[in-house]
Design a protein. Structure first.
Length: 67
């Protein structure tokens, strides 16, 4: 029970990428982005971008690999 008191909760937003500025603005708005920020706060924006070259096929299905 003591551990629950120490945990912080974070607000996140998942947004489908459509246009650079608008997509980021939408995600920040959904998470009530700038309302609770105070000087010194840190913000992490993590884009999940997949880039693949033609040298190898892109794996489109979920698999568990064991080595």
């Amino acid at each position: 029970m003591e551990q629950k008191k120490l945990m912080k909760r974070f607000v996140v937003a998942l947004v489908k990428y459509e246009r650079p500025v608008e997509s980021v603005h939408h995600a920040v708005s959904l998470s009530d982005g700038l309302l609770r920020l105070t000087p010194g706060d840190r913000v992490f924006i993590k884009p999940n971008i997949v880039f693949w070259t033609q040298h190898a096929p892109f794996v489109k299905e979920r698999r568990i690999f064991q080595t």
